[in-house]
Design a protein around this ligand. Structure first.
Ligand SMILES: Nc1ncnc2c1ncn2[C@@H]1O[C@H](COP(=O)(O)OP(=O)(O)OP(=O)(O)O)[C@@H](O)[C@H]1O
Ligand SMILES: [Mg+2]
Length: 356
C-alpha cells in the first residue's frame, strides 16, 4: 500500500504535530510526533488482525470490507470519531491495506482552497481511500465540493465568472472517504449524513493496553516483564499513543542504567521521573485536584475560576486536563461547578503520602 500525504497550502500544522518538539506533557494524547529514529508509524498495526481492542469497530469494518471486496465496489464512506491517540489514523491505513488499495492522507486545514480538494478527488483511482483528518475543520466550500463526490462520485465545478459562469460536471472514481475527528459534534449534519459507517473509538481497557504495550515492546526489542507491561498499561490513560510514549521513556531509563530486563520497579522509577503517577496522572492533573481541595474544599467550583487559579486557558483545561479525571471518576461536573469525588480525594491523599 502506498501512502501519499498531501501537504497543500501553508496551512497550520495539524493538531499535535509540533514537529520535532517533545510534548509539553508526557501524557498529552494530542502530541503525535515522536523523536527519530523510531517514529509513531513504526508501531502502527498494519492489518485488522494486529489492531488490538475496539472489537465492535473491527467487527463492523471486517464485514463491510469483506462484502465490498466480493462486490468489487468501493467501501462505504467511514467516519471515525473519538479522543486523540486511540487509533483513528491507524484504522484508516489498516482499511486501505485490507482493501488492497492506496491511502491518500490529508487533513482539513490543508484543504483551504477549492482546488486542493478537487485536485485530490480527480486523481483518485477506483476504490482508493481518501483519508481526511480533523474533518470537522473543513470549510463550507470544500464541504460542498465533497457532497456530490461522496454521493454520486461527481464533481460540480463552476467554470468562468459572472455572466459567463457555467457549471460543469466531472466524474470521479468510486472511492472511500475515511474522515477522522475528535469532535463529531462539530461536524455539519449534511456531511455526517453522507457517511455510511459512523464509528466511535473507545478508550482501551487494561487487558488491551497490556497487549498493545507487549506488542510495542516486541517491535522496540525490549525485554519487558509482564508486570512491567501491566504497570505501563495502568498509567497510559486508556490511550495507545500514550502507552507507546511511556514505553519509550522507560526504554531510555533502562538503556542508561544498563538494565537488560525491564520490571515494574524500573517502570515506576522511569515514570516518576516524569511525575506520572500510578494511575497516569501528571503534575497538571494533581495541581488541579489540589487547588480544588485546598482553595475550594473540593468544590463545587467553576471552570473559569479554576483556570484563573492555575493560569491555564479554560478551553485547554476542559479539553485536555479534565476528560481523564472525569473518566477515572476523580472529578464530577455538576450544574454548580466541578467537584472532587471521594475517589479523587483518596488518590490525592495517597499520592501526597508517597511524596512525603
Ligand atoms: N488498536 C491499536 N493497537 C495497537 N496500537 C495502536 C492501536 N491504536 C493505536 N495504536 C498506536 O497508537 C498510535 C496513535 O494512534 P493514531 O495515530 O491512529 O491515533 P488517532 O486516533 O489518529 O489520534 P489523533 O486524533 O491525534 O489523530 C499509533 O501510532 C499506534 O502505534
Ligand atoms: Mg490521527
Amino acid at each position: 500500500m502506498a501512502i501519499i500525504s498531501s501537504g497543500g497550502t501553508a496551512a497550520p500544522a495539524p493538531r499535535g504535530q509540533r514537529s520535532g518538539a517533545a510534548p509539553e506533557r508526557l501524557v498529552d494524547p494530542t502530541a503525535a510526533v515522536e523523536e527519530p529514529p523510531v517514529r509513531e508509524d513504526g508501531l502502527r498495526p498494519r492489518r485488522l488482525d494486529d489492531y488490538i481492542g475496539q472489537s465492535e469497530l473491527k467487527q463492523v469494518l471486517r464485514i463491510a470490507v469483506e462484502a465490498t471486496r466480493r462486490r468489487q465496489e468501493a467501501l462505504d464512506h467511514v467516519l471515525l470519531y473519538g479522543p486523540p491517540g486511540l487509533g483513528k489514523t491507524t484504522m484508516a491505513l489498516v482499511l486501505a491495506e485490507e482493501l488492497g488499495v492506496r491511502c491518500r492522507i490529508t487533513s482539513a486545514p490543508a484543504l483551504e482552497r477549492p482546488r486542493d480538494i478537487v485536485g485530490l478527488l480527480v486523481n483518485l483511482q477506483p476504490r482508493e481511500v481518501l483519508f481526511i483528518d480533523e474533518i470537522h475543520r473543513l470549510n463550507r466550500v470544500a464541504e460542498e465540493i465533497l457532497y456530490p463526490a461522496m454521493e454520486d462520485f461527481r464533481l460540480d465545478l463552476t467554470v468562468g465568472k459572472g455572466t459567463t459562469a457555467r457549471t460543469r460536471s466531472l466524474e470521479v472514481a468510486p472511492f472511500t472517504l475515511v474522515g477522522a475527528t475528535t469532535r463529531a459534534g462539530s461536524l455539519s449534519s449534511p456531511l455526517r449524513d453522507r457517511f455510511g459507517l459512523i464509528q466511535r473509538l473507545e478508550f482501551y481497557g487494561q487487558g488491551d493496553l497490556e497487549a498493545i504495550v507487549v506488542r510495542a515492546a516486541g517491535l522496540l526489542q525490549l525485554a519487558l516483564q509482564p508486570c512491567a507491561a501491566q504497570e505501563v498499561a495502568r498509567r497510559c490513560r486508556g490511550t495507545p499513543r500514550i502507552a507507546n510514549r511511556l514505553l519509550r521513556r522507560v526504554r531510555d531509563v533502562a538503556a542508561v542504567g544498563g538494565h537488560g530486563r525491564i520490571d515494574a520497579a524500573l517502570v515506576e522509577e522511569a515514570l516518576s521521573l516524569h511525575r506520572v503517577d500510578g494511575r497516569g496522572l501528571d503534575a497538571s492533573d494533581r495541581r488541579l485536584l489540589s487547588l480544588m481541595m485546598e482553595a475550594y474544599g473540593g468544590g463545587p467550583v467553576g471552570l473559569e475560576t479554576l483556570a484563573a487559579g492555575l493560569g491555564e486557558d479554560p478551553a485547554t483545561l476542559e479539553a485536555v486536563v479534565e476528560p481523564y479525571l472525569l473518566q477515572l471518576g476523580f472529578l464530577q461536573r455538576t450544574p454548580r461547578g466541578r467537584i472532587v469525588t471521594p475517589a479523587g480525594r483518596a488518590h490525592l491523599d495517597g499520592a501526597s503520602a508517597v511524596a512525603a
